[in-house]
Design a protein around this ligand. Sequence first.
Ligand code: URA
Length: 235
Amino acid sequence: MTKKQINQNDSYKNELLNSIDNEYIYESAPISRIKNKIYNIEDKLKSLDELKNKIGSIEDCKLKENASNLVFSDGSIDSQIMIVGEGPGQKEDELSKPFVGDAGMLLNKMLKAININRKDIYITNVVNYRPPNNRKPEPNEILRYSNFLREHIAIINPKILILMGSTAMESLLGSKNKISKERGKWKEVIINNSTYLTMVTFHPAYLLRQADQKKYSWADLKVIRKKIDELEIKF
Ligand code: URA
């Protein structure tokens, strides 16, 4: 490179630097497009509150228009186990709390059977407003709320994610799968570059209607318990 060329390059560099607003060049930390994991409880509470407000401000939503209350979550925000159901029923809508009706009572028993207290895990649903007449959420509703659900999972950051029923499976794994084929196997859900170990299993409301399927659910629960022990998850 000749002296002349060096000088010319320098003048280009100076021109470039002068054209950049100072505000954009003083930051030395790398720009991260990935939301950092939240480890601090206060930050977690704040993020959950912001998410709840975001869901509460949703517009043009048939679910919200017909429901009485927003049903956000229940349990320990610090838990390493997160359960996702479908959507609130009548009782959940009344009490603004997930899984407090008949399906919730069965869920509590299922957890107890593998030595877990419901209060020690974190529970939410795919949609946060009761669908009219307890209908299944429509595909466009599942898709719309899946953004909230993904953010919810990223905030809680569980070690094990349990998807109960086909709606929860559809929300995070797509609609092409059949729950009878997918249940009982460990899968991965990726959110913001983090991988969540995930198990699909039957929904307790389905088990109330199809008691003969409980044996499969019991098999899944035992696999989940084994993983909890392997990962040394403490409650
Ligand atoms: N069924 C669900 O999927 N969620 C609830 O909260 C209650 C029943």
